[in-house]
Design a protein around this ligand. Structure first.
Ligand SMILES: NC(=O)c1ccc[n+]([C@@H]2O[C@H](COP(=O)([O-])OP(=O)(O)OC[C@H]3O[C@@H](n4cnc5c(N)ncnc54)[C@H](O)[C@@H]3O)[C@@H](O)[C@H]2O)c1
Length: 334
């Protein structure tokens, strides 16, 4: 049993294959009322559990104020009180949305997360961040809220599309680059998934509210998010983060922190030549990154495979436009 950081609850983490059924959920919710909010993909699975449920279509469209209100209305109509356990079953969009709703419904009700994508298992469901999107930007409304339990059933991963699988693999590779070289590989076994989850828990435990160390989890994401924006989301999150990881590794080498031989190792993992976006546009998009300070672009850097750098107690470094251009010229168009 693994305990995650929390102010109010202790989270238990459960792994296995085909182990989720109604009796386990009843036990974990200590026989309170149960309501399940599930991704469309799991409608037939959830019907068999015979608890009240609401189906929501997964994807970013799920993470809206309207959907949160829809869940709240459902909970009121079901006469759910403070002792109701809310269960999220789906990818990261569903776990983010449902966790946020659980954190505000009657000032917080018990929550169980059942992540069904690789990305949700190794990333979104771990660490207590909840959120929805707004017309003004992604993940702008949210809370920190710990679930009572997280159930990772590897059976669910068997139906993921290659694109969804890749999204999760990119996050595991990132963990390999910043924290644990044994995770820097594409042979994703159940053991590797568990290890990636434990590594994220270790990082989050040291910095539950994202004040410093947790920022290393943003490696690859500063360039990655900019690429998602510039590509108008034709690049998937996983693709963008993978390219972002490569470019931020290159930058780490160009700035004198990462050896050329480590960079060559990292490069072997990618088959990327050129991305068809202008460097200036990518930099413009990077200027909107949440980590920036005093209008400077801040990036997480590594000094070897498996280790993110610390700069006098901070885990990002400001990088000038010229330094970025020098690295981006190898990948982007001018
Ligand atoms: N809270 C956090 O700390 C955190 C961290 C990383 C990402 N996130 C969030 O996670 C979200 C992305 O999560 P995601 O990639 O899981 O996306 P998602 O929830 O949109 O799921 C992707 C797609 O996979 C489908 N799906 C889900 N499980 C499936 C299964 N087992 N088999 C087949 N199809 C399945 C869904 O219907 C959906 O179409 C983003 O909104 C991101 O902001 C949150």
């Amino acid at each position: 049993m693994i305990i995650l950081p929390s102010r109010q609850t202790k989270t238990t983490l459960h792994f296995g294959e085909n182990f989720i059924d109604a009796s386990l959920l009843k036990k974990l919710s200590q026989n309170t009322k149960i309501v399940i909010i599930a991704d469309t993909y799991f409608e037939s699975f959830v019907k068999e559990l015979q608890f009240p449920f609401l189906i929501i279509e997964g994807g970013e469209i799920a993470k809206t104020q309207k959907k949160k209100e829809e869940i709240e209305t459902f909970l009121f109509k079901e006469k759910c009180g403070k002792d109701t356990t809310l269960i999220a079953l789906g990818g990261g969009t569903i776990t983010d949305l449902v966790a946020f709703t659980a954190s505000t419904y009657m000032r917080g009700i018990p929550l169980i997360l059942i992540p069904t994508t690789l990305l949700a298992m190794v990333d979104a469901a771990i660490g207590g961040k909840t959120s929805i999107n707004t017309p003004f930007g992604k993940n702008l409304l949210g809370t920190y809220y710990s679930p009572n339990a997280i159930l990772c059933d590897f059976q669910f991963l068997k139906t993921l599309s290659p694109k969804e699988w890749q999204n999760g693999v990119s996050e595991i590779l990132k963990m390999g680059l910043i924290r644990d070289p044994s995770l820097y590989q594409t042979q994703i076994t159940q053991e590797i998934i568990q290890k990636a989850i434990l590594r994220k828990i270790e990082i989050v435990n040291q910095d539950p509210y994202d004040q410093g160390f947790r920022k290393i989890l943003n490696f690859g994401h500063t360039v990655g998010h900019a690429l998602e924006t510039v590509s108008k989301y034709t690049l998937s999150h996983g693709e963008a983060v993978a390219i972002g990881g490569l470019i931020e590794s290159h930058l780490s080498m160009d700035l004198g922190f990462l050896s050329a031989s480590d960079f060559q190792e990292i490069k072997k993992m990618f088959s990327l030549d050129v991305i068809n976006y202008p460097s200036q546009k990518i930099i413009e998009a990077m200027r909107l990154d949440k980590k920036n300070q005093n209008q400077e672009i801040h990036i997480v850097l590594i000094d070897r495979i498996g280790h993110a750098l610390e700069f006098e107690g901070k885990y990002t470094k400001s990088v000038s436009e010229q330094e970025l251009l020098n690295t981006l010229k190898h990948y982007a168009i001018s």
